[in-house]
Design a protein around this ligand. Sequence first.
Ligand SMILES: [Zn+2]
Length: 237
Amino acid sequence: MTKRCNRCECHKSHSEFLINPRTDDGLYKLCKKCIAWLQRKRGPRRKYQTRITSIDECPPLPQEDGLRIIHCVGLPGIAADSNGEIWSCRNRGWTPVVWRKLSRRATNADGYVTSMFAVGTGSDIKSIKFATLVCEAFHGARPDGMQVCHTDGTRTHDWPSNLYWGTPIQNSQDRIRHGRNHGVDPELVNTAKLTWETALWIRSQQGLTNRHDLALQFGVTPSTIAAVWYNRTWKTA
Ligand SMILES: [Zn+2]
Protein backbone atom coordinates (compact mmCIF):
# COMPACT_ATOMS: atom_id res chain seq x y z
CA MET A 1 0.00 0.00 0.00
CA THR A 2 1.41 3.34 -1.03
CA LYS A 3 0.09 6.87 -0.79
CA ARG A 4 0.97 9.94 -2.78
CA CYS A 5 2.38 12.93 -0.82
CA ASN A 6 0.70 16.16 -1.75
CA ARG A 7 3.92 18.19 -1.67
CA CYS A 8 6.76 16.07 -3.02
CA GLU A 9 4.28 14.01 -5.12
CA CYS A 10 6.23 10.80 -4.29
CA HIS A 11 4.41 7.53 -3.71
CA LYS A 12 5.48 6.26 -0.32
CA SER A 13 4.41 3.48 2.04
CA HIS A 14 1.82 4.31 4.69
CA SER A 15 4.49 4.15 7.40
CA GLU A 16 6.00 7.27 5.82
CA PHE A 17 2.90 9.25 6.79
CA LEU A 18 1.88 10.48 10.25
CA ILE A 19 -1.50 9.47 11.63
CA ASN A 20 -4.28 12.06 11.37
CA PRO A 21 -7.69 10.75 12.55
CA ARG A 22 -9.44 13.70 10.88
CA THR A 23 -8.75 12.57 7.31
CA ASP A 24 -10.55 9.87 5.34
CA ASP A 25 -7.60 7.46 5.26
CA GLY A 26 -6.40 8.37 8.76
CA LEU A 27 -3.09 9.76 7.52
CA TYR A 28 -1.68 13.23 6.82
CA LYS A 29 -1.64 14.39 3.20
CA LEU A 30 2.08 15.16 3.45
CA CYS A 31 4.80 12.62 4.13
CA LYS A 32 6.84 12.78 7.34
CA LYS A 33 9.80 14.28 5.49
CA CYS A 34 7.68 17.05 3.98
CA ILE A 35 6.04 17.84 7.34
CA ALA A 36 9.49 18.11 8.93
CA TRP A 37 10.51 20.44 6.09
CA LEU A 38 7.37 22.59 6.63
CA GLN A 39 8.04 22.85 10.37
CA ARG A 40 11.60 23.98 9.76
CA LYS A 41 10.32 26.56 7.28
CA ARG A 42 7.71 27.92 9.76
CA GLY A 43 10.34 28.40 12.44
CA PRO A 44 9.79 28.08 16.17
CA ARG A 45 6.21 28.21 17.40
CA ARG A 46 5.05 31.53 18.74
CA LYS A 47 4.12 31.80 22.38
CA TYR A 48 0.40 31.77 23.09
CA GLN A 49 -0.45 35.26 24.35
CA THR A 50 -2.69 35.52 27.37
CA ARG A 51 -3.90 38.65 29.14
CA ILE A 52 -1.20 41.28 29.66
CA THR A 53 -1.13 41.92 33.40
CA SER A 54 1.67 44.47 33.75
CA ILE A 55 3.44 47.15 31.74
CA ASP A 56 6.63 45.02 31.82
CA GLU A 57 4.97 42.49 29.52
CA CYS A 58 4.29 45.11 26.83
CA PRO A 59 6.56 45.58 23.82
CA PRO A 60 8.29 48.99 23.69
CA LEU A 61 5.85 51.82 22.90
CA PRO A 62 5.81 52.93 19.24
CA GLN A 63 8.07 55.85 18.38
CA GLU A 64 6.64 58.50 16.08
CA ASP A 65 7.94 62.00 15.49
CA GLY A 66 6.22 64.56 17.66
CA LEU A 67 3.97 61.96 19.25
CA ARG A 68 3.86 61.29 22.98
CA ILE A 69 2.49 57.94 24.03
CA ILE A 70 1.79 57.17 27.67
CA HIS A 71 0.73 53.89 29.30
CA CYS A 72 -2.75 53.99 30.84
CA VAL A 73 -2.52 53.41 34.57
CA GLY A 74 -4.60 50.43 35.67
CA LEU A 75 -5.00 49.15 32.10
CA PRO A 76 -1.77 47.33 31.22
CA GLY A 77 -1.42 46.92 27.46
CA ILE A 78 -3.36 50.13 26.72
CA ALA A 79 -1.75 53.51 25.98
CA ALA A 80 -2.95 57.00 25.04
CA ASP A 81 -1.17 59.39 22.68
CA SER A 82 -0.99 63.16 22.24
CA ASN A 83 -3.31 63.04 19.21
CA GLY A 84 -6.07 61.54 21.32
CA GLU A 85 -5.62 58.05 19.88
CA ILE A 86 -5.68 54.89 21.99
CA TRP A 87 -3.22 52.06 21.40
CA SER A 88 -3.41 48.45 22.49
CA CYS A 89 -0.94 45.57 22.59
CA ARG A 90 -3.55 43.32 24.16
CA ASN A 91 -3.49 40.86 21.28
CA ARG A 92 -4.51 37.40 22.36
CA GLY A 93 -3.98 33.98 20.90
CA TRP A 94 -1.24 33.24 18.38
CA THR A 95 -1.00 36.70 16.87
CA PRO A 96 2.27 38.54 17.51
CA VAL A 97 2.07 41.08 20.35
CA VAL A 98 2.33 44.49 18.70
CA TRP A 99 1.00 47.96 19.48
CA ARG A 100 -1.83 49.00 17.21
CA LYS A 101 -4.17 51.97 17.15
CA LEU A 102 -7.73 51.19 18.16
CA SER A 103 -10.57 52.09 15.82
CA ARG A 104 -12.29 55.38 16.56
CA ARG A 105 -15.47 54.35 14.78
CA ALA A 106 -17.55 53.27 17.76
CA THR A 107 -19.27 56.13 19.52
CA ASN A 108 -21.74 55.61 22.32
CA ALA A 109 -25.27 57.02 22.44
CA ASP A 110 -23.89 60.31 23.80
CA GLY A 111 -21.48 60.74 20.89
CA TYR A 112 -18.26 59.93 22.75
CA VAL A 113 -15.67 57.63 21.14
CA THR A 114 -15.54 54.51 23.29
CA SER A 115 -14.24 50.99 23.25
CA MET A 116 -14.71 47.91 25.39
CA PHE A 117 -11.79 47.10 27.67
CA ALA A 118 -11.13 44.12 29.92
CA VAL A 119 -10.57 45.54 33.39
CA GLY A 120 -9.01 43.89 36.42
CA THR A 121 -7.90 40.30 36.33
CA GLY A 122 -11.27 38.65 35.88
CA SER A 123 -13.60 38.64 32.91
CA ASP A 124 -15.07 42.09 33.53
CA ILE A 125 -15.49 44.17 30.38
CA LYS A 126 -16.19 47.88 30.57
CA SER A 127 -16.97 50.54 27.99
CA ILE A 128 -14.50 53.40 28.51
CA LYS A 129 -14.40 56.75 26.69
CA PHE A 130 -11.17 57.45 24.81
CA ALA A 131 -11.36 60.96 26.29
CA THR A 132 -11.19 59.49 29.80
CA LEU A 133 -8.09 57.44 28.96
CA VAL A 134 -6.32 60.41 27.34
CA CYS A 135 -7.28 62.75 30.19
CA GLU A 136 -6.00 60.26 32.79
CA ALA A 137 -2.73 59.70 30.93
CA PHE A 138 -1.98 63.38 30.33
CA HIS A 139 -3.75 65.20 33.20
CA GLY A 140 -3.56 62.64 36.02
CA ALA A 141 -6.18 60.54 37.77
CA ARG A 142 -9.79 61.68 37.75
CA PRO A 143 -10.56 63.72 40.87
CA ASP A 144 -13.63 62.55 42.79
CA GLY A 145 -16.89 63.61 41.21
CA MET A 146 -15.21 65.08 38.12
CA GLN A 147 -16.05 64.28 34.51
CA VAL A 148 -13.94 64.49 31.39
CA CYS A 149 -14.84 67.71 29.55
CA HIS A 150 -14.09 68.82 25.98
CA THR A 151 -13.05 72.49 25.85
CA ASP A 152 -14.35 72.96 22.30
CA GLY A 153 -17.54 71.04 23.06
CA THR A 154 -16.87 68.40 20.39
CA ARG A 155 -17.05 65.01 22.02
CA THR A 156 -14.84 63.27 19.49
CA HIS A 157 -11.94 65.77 19.80
CA ASP A 158 -9.99 63.73 22.34
CA TRP A 159 -6.52 65.33 22.20
CA PRO A 160 -5.06 66.24 25.60
CA SER A 161 -5.15 70.03 25.14
CA ASN A 162 -8.90 69.85 24.49
CA LEU A 163 -9.63 67.84 27.63
CA TYR A 164 -9.87 68.72 31.29
CA TRP A 165 -11.40 67.29 34.45
CA GLY A 166 -14.43 69.38 35.27
CA THR A 167 -17.55 69.27 37.37
CA PRO A 168 -20.79 67.97 35.85
CA ILE A 169 -21.91 71.63 35.75
CA GLN A 170 -18.85 72.65 33.73
CA ASN A 171 -19.49 69.73 31.41
CA SER A 172 -23.06 70.73 30.67
CA GLN A 173 -21.99 74.38 30.32
CA ASP A 174 -19.54 73.25 27.62
CA ARG A 175 -22.49 71.68 25.84
CA ILE A 176 -24.75 74.69 26.26
CA ARG A 177 -21.98 77.09 25.25
CA HIS A 178 -21.41 75.14 22.07
CA GLY A 179 -25.08 74.61 21.38
CA ARG A 180 -24.75 70.83 21.42
CA ASN A 181 -27.80 70.02 23.49
CA HIS A 182 -29.33 68.26 20.51
CA GLY A 183 -33.09 68.42 20.76
CA VAL A 184 -33.03 68.99 24.50
CA ASP A 185 -34.84 71.97 25.94
CA PRO A 186 -31.98 73.91 27.58
CA GLU A 187 -34.26 74.80 30.46
CA LEU A 188 -34.69 71.11 31.30
CA VAL A 189 -30.95 70.60 31.78
CA ASN A 190 -30.74 70.26 35.55
CA THR A 191 -27.69 72.50 35.75
CA ALA A 192 -29.16 75.28 33.58
CA LYS A 193 -28.61 78.70 35.09
CA LEU A 194 -30.86 80.42 32.59
CA THR A 195 -34.53 80.03 31.82
CA TRP A 196 -36.33 80.85 28.59
CA GLU A 197 -37.46 84.07 30.25
CA THR A 198 -33.96 85.21 31.23
CA ALA A 199 -32.45 83.96 27.96
CA LEU A 200 -34.90 85.97 25.88
CA TRP A 201 -34.34 89.02 28.06
CA ILE A 202 -30.55 88.60 27.63
CA ARG A 203 -31.09 88.46 23.87
CA SER A 204 -33.09 91.68 24.02
CA GLN A 205 -30.12 93.37 25.70
CA GLN A 206 -27.79 92.67 22.79
CA GLY A 207 -26.12 95.95 21.83
CA LEU A 208 -27.48 97.67 24.93
CA THR A 209 -25.48 95.97 27.68
CA ASN A 210 -21.95 94.62 27.94
CA ARG A 211 -21.96 90.79 27.87
CA HIS A 212 -19.48 90.65 30.74
CA ASP A 213 -21.93 92.53 32.95
CA LEU A 214 -24.75 90.20 31.90
CA ALA A 215 -22.52 87.22 32.59
CA LEU A 216 -21.84 88.44 36.12
CA GLN A 217 -25.53 89.16 36.65
CA PHE A 218 -26.61 85.62 35.70
CA GLY A 219 -23.60 83.72 37.00
CA VAL A 220 -22.60 82.39 33.58
CA THR A 221 -19.60 82.95 31.33
CA PRO A 222 -19.48 85.80 28.78
CA SER A 223 -19.37 83.20 26.02
CA THR A 224 -22.67 81.80 27.29
CA ILE A 225 -24.16 85.28 26.86
CA ALA A 226 -22.70 85.51 23.36
CA ALA A 227 -24.14 82.11 22.51
CA VAL A 228 -27.59 83.35 23.56
CA TRP A 229 -27.16 86.59 21.62
CA TYR A 230 -26.20 84.83 18.41
CA ASN A 231 -28.93 82.21 18.75
CA ARG A 232 -26.49 79.35 19.16
CA THR A 233 -28.21 78.23 22.35
CA TRP A 234 -31.77 78.89 23.49
CA LYS A 235 -32.57 78.90 19.81
CA THR A 236 -35.72 80.67 18.74
CA ALA A 237 -35.41 80.37 14.98
ZN1 LIG B 1 6.49 14.38 0.70
